[in-house]
Structure formats: structure tokens, C-alpha cells
Design a protein. Structure first.
Length: 468
């Protein structure tokens, strides 16, 4: 995808933004010790490349040109648009993760603050357009390659695979922004409306077959059929959890209740309560309208009710007893007693739960689950000459995901393991100085997706966690 600058209509000072980010990047890179890995010069270069990738290559600001799947071009207007890398579309999950390593600097640097606020507004435009899409195009009449899918596609959708975590990521980014900037002006009527849509969607999907008209049938011959049962998915029983059609990998769920997605949703429902309380506590100093405070209070009440429902469902249906590892979290269930015991490298995963602040690292059920996931009992745990870790059915059998390796390090407590994982990531980049989607652990020069910005951002976040 070509990105051209057309005029100077952006609300951002792009060069100033890049300058702020380079300064922030250098402040962390300077803290990487000389003995961090064998080739510390390469590590620092990888960190700089990965840290800047989102801003330098995926960020479209007003005045730049966006292109759709049919080659149509249009000038970006209003808010920023962040593509996922080698696909010219924006995922709510990916775009949130692509700026996760920037958010901590939003309170110090004004252009970074503008960037995060604008991304939140762009995501809200997308959710207001269609809360069921997993990925979006920049303008409403843009064309997608998936336009013949039988799924109720809405104008401006790139793809309409419903994934609960997409909406969770928006709520998490919203809270991160407020926590780091103290800016409560983002909690306005638009945000209240978007939160209401998220709550309505998740509540409706607790009774998917009874109340939802969402379905997905893939019409193109890609080897993928979408969801079974005329696009509605496999049968599920009511559990109090919220249903999802697809995993964070964009692969169809085998069973409709994905446990890490439900745990993540429950956590972000808690964020609605936190934000509502902050707005209420600061209503006088912030000059907030009393009616808006009341709206957020009502949203908080609904969020707490739904959160309790989801957590009760997970308690009753989300764990199983393994003969070797004891009580563990299942990856998916249907409420009828069927469970899928595995994990996928894409986040939210079971392995990632402490990273998402859903569970503590020493939670006993999590530790049991972690031990299973990092063993041959997980059908997607692979080992080769140069690496071992978790992969995904989304990519070739045997391929390991850098995202999985990074999450393993972020959620572990063993410093030696964390540093070994860092060394592994540096040594398996295929001399690209960047992360990939997945790679062959016996030959890292065989990999999928040469430009996968989410993985780059997560690598930068990992380095900062280790040394900043």
C-alpha cells in the first residue's frame, strides 16, 4: 500500500510526533545493558525499528492517502487510521496493541497524547458503524475483498468476523489513556454511546441463538467456510458468558464461549465502572454535565451486572480438571460439558491473562494452565532447533509465534527464562530486525508475514518491561 502526503491538513504536527517518539525510544534504548544479549547492538537496532514501526509505517494522519482493496484512494480526514501492516485495514485489537508502547508517554508528550486520543475517536467511529466487524476500512464507501461473504457486511467493514476481544481492546485503550493523561474530556456523549453499544452487543450475545441475527458464511474459496450451522456456529447452552464467533487469530471458534475472551471482557467491564467513578468524582472540577455523569452511572450498573454474569459462567463452565496438571482453564466451551484444552498465540490467550491484568502471575489455576500450555499437552506447542513456544492453527503446523514467545516472557517470573526468550527473539528475526507472524523453529528464515506491526510493538513493549 502506498502512502502519499497530500497537502498539510493533519491536526497533528507529524514531524513533532515522530520527534517525541524517537526521544521516548532513545530513553528506553539507553537503559539496555551491554550484557543483555550476545549481540546487544542488534537488540538496540531491533528495539528502535520495532518501537517506531507503528508511527513511521502504519499511521495515516489526515492529509495522507488511504487505499482500499479495489485500488480506490481517498484522503484521510478527521482522525488517524492505523493499518495492521501488510493489510490495508484497521483492527480494533491490532491498532490498540500497536500503540500500547506509546500510551505510557502520553502524559509527557502532547503529540503522543493527541495520537492516542485520535485513535480512540477513530475506533469509536468504527464501532458506531458496526460493532460486529473485526477490521475496518478508512472511509465508509471503501471496498473490501470480502464483499461477497454472507455475514451482513456493513459499508466500511473490511471483514465481519465477530470477536469479543475487539471491543475489549477499545475499553482497555480508553482506560489506559485516562490513566496516563488524566484527561476526562474523552468521557463524553460519544464515548457513553459507544460503551452502551458494547454492553448491548455483549448482553445480546449471552443469548446468541435466541436474540442475535449475527452469522458468518465465507463465500470465497479460501479453504475456510466460516461458521457451521448456517453461519450461526455450533450450538451452545446459556451460561451467562458472552458468545463469540471467532478467536483473536480470526479463526472460527470450535465452541462459542472462548474463555480468555470472556475473562478479558469481564476485566474491561470493570474499567467502565472505574471510568464512571472517575467522572463522578471530578464532575465539579472538570465541569461535567450532571446528565452525562448519570449516563455513566447507568452504564456502570449494567456493566457490573454483566460482569457478574460472565464470571459466574466462567466459574461454572470455564475450568476442567486435568489428570496431570490439575484444575486448569479451558480455551473454549459450549456450556454442554464440552471443552477445548489448548491455547493460541494470539492475544487474548490463556497464557496472556496476567499481561492483560485479568489474573495474577501466581494465580494457582493460571499456573496449572501455564504449565500445560508450555508442554506437549498443548497441541500448538512446538519445539525446534532454534526455539520452542506456542503457535496457532492460523499458520503452518510447527511454526512458532514471536507474540507467543513475548507473552511467555511478559507473564513469567523467572528472569533467566525472560532473558532466554529475548535472546531467542533476537536470533530468530531472519536478519530482518523485526518480528514476524510466525516462523519455523528449525529454520527461522522461513516465516509468515514480513510486516506484522502488532508483533513489532509487543517486542518494544517487552524490551521496555525488562529494562526501563
Amino acid at each position: 500500500m502506498s502512502i502519499e502526503v497530500k497537502g498539510n491538513k493533519t491536526a497533528f504536527d507529524r514531524e513533532k510526533l515522530l520527534g517525541e517518539l524517537r526521544e521516548a525510544c532513545k530513553s528506553v534504548a539507553a537503559k539496555i545493558p551491554e550484557d543483555a544479549v550476545k549481540d546487544v547492538k542488534k537488540l538496540r537496532k531491533m528495539y528502535e525499528n520495532c518501537f517506531m514501526d507503528t508511527a513511521e509505517r502504519t499511521l495515516l494522519t489526515p492529509g495522507m492517502i488511504s487505499e482500499d482493496a479495489k485500488g480506490n484512494k481517498k484522503e484521510v480526514s478527521g482522525e488517524v487510521f492505523i493499518i495492521t501492516g501488510d493489510i490495508p485495514a484497521m483492527w480494533l485489537r491490532d491498532s490498540s496493541a500497536q500503540v500500547a508502547h506509546y500510551v505510557g508517554f502520553a502524559g509527557k508528550y502532547p503529540e503522543i497524547k493527541k495520537l492516542i486520543a485520535s485513535l480512540i475517536r477513530r475506533q469509536q467511529i468504527c464501532i458506531l458503524r458496526d460493532p460486529y466487524a473485526n477490521a475496518y476500512l478508512e472511509w465508509e464507501d471503501a471496498k473490501t475483498q470480502w464483499d461477497i461473504d454472507d455475514c451482513g457486511l456493513v459499508n466500511g467493514d473490511w471483514e465481519r468476523k465477530y470477536e469479543t476481544d475487539s471491543l475489549s481492546y477499545h475499553l482497555m485503550l480508553l482506560k489506559q489513556y485516562v490513566d496516563n493523561t488524566g484527561d476526562l474530556t474523552i468521557l463524553d456523549e460519544t464515548t457513553a454511546k459507544v460503551i452502551g453499544i458494547i454492553l448491548d452487543t455483549w448482553k445480546k450475545e449471552t443469548k446468541h441463538f435466541e436474540e442475535s441475527d449475527y452469522h458468518f458464511i465465507r463465500q470465497r474459496h479460501t479453504g475456510e467456510t466460516g461458521l457451521p450451522n448456517k453461519g450461526k456456529g455450533a450450538p451452545v447452552a446459556y451460561t451467562g458468558m458472552t458468545w463469540t464467533g471467532f478467536r483473536p487469530s480470526d479463526d472460527a471458534c470450535e465452541y462459542g464461549y472462548n474463555i480468555p475472551e470472556n475473562l478479558f471482557a469481564a476485566k474491561t467491564l470493570e474499567y467502565i465502572s472505574v471510568l464512571a467513578d472517575k467522572l463522578s468524582a471530578n464532575k465539579t472540577s472538570a465541569g461535567v454535565d450532571a446528565g452525562l455523569v448519570d449516563k455513566f452511572a447507568a452504564l456502570k450498573k449494567d456493566a457490573e451486572t454483566l460482569r457478574a454474569s460472565i464470571l459466574e459462567g466462567i466459574k461454572k463452565h470455564g475450568t476442567v480438571t486435568h489428570p496431570v496438571f490439575g484444575e486448569i482453564y479451558a480455551y473454549e466451551t459450549d456450556g454442554f460439558g464440552n471443552h477445548l484444552v489448548t491455547d493460541d498465540a494470539n492475544v487474548p490467550s490463556l497464557l496472556s491473562l496476567p499481561k492483560l491484568n485479568v489474573l495474577s502471575k501466581d494465580d494457582p489455576i493460571y499456573l496449572n494452565t501455564r504449565n500445560l500450555l508450555l508442554s506437549k499437552e498443548n497441541p500448538y506447542f512446538y519445539e525446534g532447533k532454534f526455539a520452542k513456544g506456542i503457535g496457532s492453527p492460523h499458520t503452518p503446523a510447527g511454526y512458532i509465534w514471536p507474540i507467543g514467545l513475548i507473552i511467555q516472557g511478559m507473564t513469567g517470573s523467572d528472569r533467566k527464562e525472560q532473558m532466554w526468550l529475548l535472546e531467542t527473539l533476537v536470533n530468530t528475526d531472519a536478519d530482518c530486525l523485526a518480528m514476524h507472524e510466525s516462523f519455523d523453529p528449525d529454520d527461522p528464515k522461513k516465516f509468515t508475514r514480513s510486516w506484522f506491526a502488532w508483533a513489532d510493538s509487543l517486542f518494544a513493549e517487552y524490551v521496555a518491561m525488562l529494562f526501563a
